[in-house]
Ligand binder design. Structure first.
Ligand code: NAD
Length: 503
């Protein structure tokens, strides 16, 4: 295994000179040490990338979809071959524990496999025409250049969810990764370029996925460019509100994957052993830095005391430390701002009647420039303002309920609508939670937690989560445009709805 960042990046195909002398510093949340200084993309080059991507799209759309799938298959092979190194890099740059860094790369491999199959199944419907000798059908065509903006917490997988589908659908991609994770993006781009060389069309392929690095202004330049047909943006609701409005103003399309405020309901019939394990991972795993992290626990009054006591015990046993160390369950927060936001939320929670267990900074002497915390459990008297807000840290607010209707109302009574779950062994309760009158989220689960989705289903949420869907099921349709075709193979020209226009 490579030891230094430079060696690690070299093993992924990134030259050492790319890592020095730039204006964009990347720091490891493990110890606060500088990893590299890369160059951000000048704003005029963002426009250039969009135009080149559009040019690549004009050629790529003529390549049959199953051949486009071959490029994504080769990308999947590169990812398989470099899984260890890329997982290690995600750990180093955003602080994920090793199994989660590797899991993220596995998710990229899975979506590539999915997209390869999809490349032979971009199917449309045929419809019965009301006119004799006519046939109606729909065809699906690529959209153009797709701008992909990603958050720090899934520095490689979210690009793959978007790019693997966008590419088999016949689009080109311009990727603006988080300013906190440029190294992961550079490594993925190098692996993509390897796949392009093996695909045998390096000149075309180079423009098919381009990287633009930098802060929000680089993302804004991409969002505003008229040649970017679709902007797929993953990040905070604040970002999505700005992006969604800017894209809508020029009648572009957007796919928004924004903040969550996910709840787990624990009913009286629940298997509490299972619930404790699921809640612990969903609420504290990834140090609370997943969009699907459980942030609210809604517990039936009959099991409240038992469950909360067990959770406190489980939380006390968490091993907190460097994510590279075997056995670590909680790595660091991404940075000081995340730590301060967490502390501020805990102050507000106390002011709003909450009783806080945990939530302090730990390991400060060992890592003075990094931010490790113990996960917080906060017993709340009601769903107050702070509970309705997504704080991107391991804080779990605990509420009590008496009837399932109350639990569902609490689950739904927040601005976000990403993920939700219920622990119950009562079929009526489970089905009610999943029904139209149940959870209003894009993801609703029974007897598993809110986080850790598989790629086979469509991923995304409602309300302030943005409404977009990525990954599996028919999410590919967001990357294509639908054309309805009516073909007249008769020798007459009847008009629809019996309209007459005789000349
Ligand atoms: P963020 O909103 O700060 O940044 C996300 C990306 O948007 C970055 O690349 C950033 O540079 C860019 N950006 C910010 N403002 C922009 C603007 N006005 N125009 C264009 N680009 C802009 O988010 P973050 O802190 O990196 O990530 C955490 C957030 O992401 C949380 O809210 C989390 O819930 C959310 N998230 C959602 C999903 C999902 O699928 N729903 C997945 C991962 C993360």
């Amino acid at each position: 295994m490579p030891t230094s960042v430079t060696e690690l990046m070299a093993s992924l195909g990134v030259a050492p000179q790319v890592l020095q002398g730039g204006d964009l510093a990347t720091v490891s949340p493990i110890d606060g040490q500088l990893l590299a200084q890369v160059h951000s993309t000048p704003l005029n080059q963002v426009a250039h990338a969009a135009v080149r991507a559009h040019g690549a799209f004009l050629r790529w759309r003529l390549v049959p979809a199953p051949q486009r799938g071959e490029l994504v298959r080769l990308l999947g092979e590169e990812l398989r071959a470099h899984k260890q190194q890329l997982g290690q890099l995600a750990t180093l740059e955003v602080g994920k524990v090793s199994s989660e860094g590797l899991g993220e790369v596995q998710e990229m491999i899975d979506i590539c496999d999915f997209a390869v199959g999809l490349s032979r199944q971009l199917c449309g419907s045929t419809m019965a025409s009301e006119r004799p000798g006519h046939r109606m059908m729909e065809t699906w065509h690529p959209l153009g250049a797709v701008g992909v903006i990603t958050a720090f917490n899934f520095p490689v997988a979210v690009w793959a969810w978007n790019a693997a589908l966008a590419l088999v659908c016949g689009n080109a991609v311009v990727w603006k990764p988080s300013e906190k994770a440029p190294l992961c993006a550079l490594a993925v781009q190098a692996l993509f370029e390897r796949a392009c060389v093996r695909f045998g069309q390096p000149a075309l392929s180079r423009d098919l996925n381009q990287l633009v690095l930098g802060h929000a202004d680089v993302g804004q330049a991409l969002v505003d460019h008229p040649k970017v047909a679709l902007v797929s943006a993953t990040g905070s609701t604040r970002m999505g509100r700005a992006v969604g409005q800017a894209v809508a103003a020029r009648f572009g399309r957007s796919l928004l994957e924004l903040g969550g405020n996910n709840a787990i309901v624990v009913a009286p019939s629940a298997d509490l052993d299972m619930a404790v394990r699921a809640v612990a991972f969903a609420a504290a795993g990834t140090a609370g830095q997943r969009c699907t992290t459980a942030r609210r626990l809604i517990v039936h009054a009959d099991v409240y005391g038992d469950l909360v006591a067990r959770l406190k015990k489980a939380y006390a046993s968490f091993r907190i430390g460097a994510p590279t160390e075997p056995g670590t369950l909680l790595g660091p927060l991404i940075d000081q701002a995340a730590f301060e936001a967490m502390q501020q939320a805990l102050v507000l929670a106390r002011q709003q009647g909450g009783v806080v267990t945990g939530g302090e900074r730990v390991l400060q002497a060992q890592y003075p420039q990094a931010f490790y915390v113990s996960a917080a459990l906060v017993e709340m008297p009601a769903q107050t303002e702070v509970v309705c807000h997504e704080t991107f840290a391991p804080i779990l607010y605990i509420l009590s309920y008496q009837t399932l209707a109350q639990a569902i109302a609490l689950n739904n009574d927040v601005p976000q609508g990403l993920s939700s779950s219920i622990f119950t062994n009562d079929l009526r309760e489970a089905e009610s939670f999943l029904s139209a009158a149940g959870s209003d989220c894009g993801i609703s689960n029974v007897n598993i937690g809110t986080s850790g989705a598989e790629i086979g289903g469509a991923f995304g949420g409602e309300k302030e989560t943005g409404g977009g869907r990525e990954s599996g099921s028919d999410a590919w349709r967001a990357y294509m445009r639908r054309a309805t075709n009516t073909i007249n193979y008769s020798s007459a020209l009847p008009l629809a709805q019996g309209v007459r226009f005789d000349i």
